[in-house]
Design a protein around this ligand. Structure first.
Ligand SMILES: [Zn+2]
Ligand SMILES: [Zn+2]
Length: 60
């Protein structure tokens, strides 16, 4: 079933298109991404999102 996922820190999902409603999320008010996964892992979305981040290196 199609659903909509926030790729921010809240990890929220919704059954209808919209924007993130979690005011403490780093993607608050950003549009949710459409997903059709069956296992609830949203792998296709999280993968795409990871590609935008050029590695999360620790600066310690
Ligand atoms: Zn969110
Ligand atoms: Zn999903």
């Amino acid at each position: 079933m199609k659903h909509y996922v926030c790729t921010g820190t809240c990890g929220g999902t919704a059954e209808t298109p919209g924007t993130c409603q979690a005011s403490d999320c780093n993607r608050y008010d950003q549009p949710l991404k459409e997903c059709e996964c069956q296992d609830g892992l949203h792998a296709q979305i999280l993968e795409n999102d990871a590609n935008h981040q050029e590695g999360s290196r620790s600066t310690e």
